[in-house]
Design a protein. Structure first.
Ligand code: HEM
Length: 207
């Protein structure tokens, strides 16, 4: 296995947050509504991990370091783990496993439908993230995994619906998402190696 320390570092950095948040919730350290705080933190964690996962390919292109790609799948699976915890926390702490309330909830909080669509997308990506699916799907695998940008759009819409008035934090995530999407547009992607080569030439001339 290549980059073992880097992989372990990513594992620890991703695992530590849900462990801390669940501990805080059960130790009554999250205020009067710990369930809601937990759902919010895990939702935000899912979005942040999705953005981090999507930044691995541009970072590899910009730096030439293969280590970014080595942890891309691991990060994507962590993103899925976070959304599963987000959904489970919602069902346990907000819905109280009272399925008769689901219809009322969907009318009261339609953004849940958007979140559920994003969840299904993440599920499809997690299930097909292995080498076997990659081989079986061939060229279609890449196309399917571009769905990550649609999921990002749905995740941002889901969040926008919730935060509404307080747009500052949302705008930061949306801006980063926009830049990442721009970096995957073919004319921009093609320019990256040329820009890097130009910068290297300039540096060599200066030295
Ligand atoms: C079936 C799937 C999902 C359900 C049922 C769900 C439900 C919820 C609920 C109930 C909240 C809290 C709303 C409140 O504070 O009143 C929330 C917040 C949030 N969710 Fe989801 N969600 C789902 C999927 C997702 C996905 C896929 C993402 C990201 C890609 C996501 C990201 C967020 C974010 C960023 C927040 C706001 C956190 C904050 O305000 O700090 N959710 N979600």
């Amino acid at each position: 296995m290549r980059y073992p320390f880097w992989r372990v570092g990513v594992f620890i950095a991703a695992a530590i947050w849900p462990l801390l948040w669940f501990y805080q919730a059960f130790a009554d350290l999250l205020g009067p509504d710990p369930g809601k705080v937990l759902v919010d933190r895990l939702g935000l964690g899912t979005l942040v991990l999705l953005l981090i996962t999507l930044s691995m390919t541009p970072l590899q292109k910009l730096t030439g370091w293969a280590g970014w790609i080595a942890v891309r799948r691991q990060l994507g699976l962590w993103c899925f783990a976070y959304v599963v915890l987000h959904l489970c926390s919602y069902m346990a702490f907000i819905l109280g496993f009272d399925w008769s309330q689901l219809g009322v909830e969907l009318r009261k909080r339609p953004y849940i439908i958007v979140g559920a669509l994003a969840f299904l997308g993440l599920l499809a990506l997690a299930v097909t993230s292995n080498r076997y699916s990659q081989r079986q799907l061939g060229i279609r695998w890449k196309k399917l995994h571009r769905l990550a940008y649609v999921i990002l759009g749905l995740g941002l819409l889901h969040m926008l619906w919730i935060v509404r008035a307080d747009l500052k934090e949302w705008a930061i995530y949306a801006f980063i998402g926009g830049v990442l999407l721009l970096l995957r547009v073919p004319p921009v992607t093609r320019r990256i190696p040329r820009l890097l080569a130009k910068r290297q030439n300039l540096q060599e001339k200066r030295n």
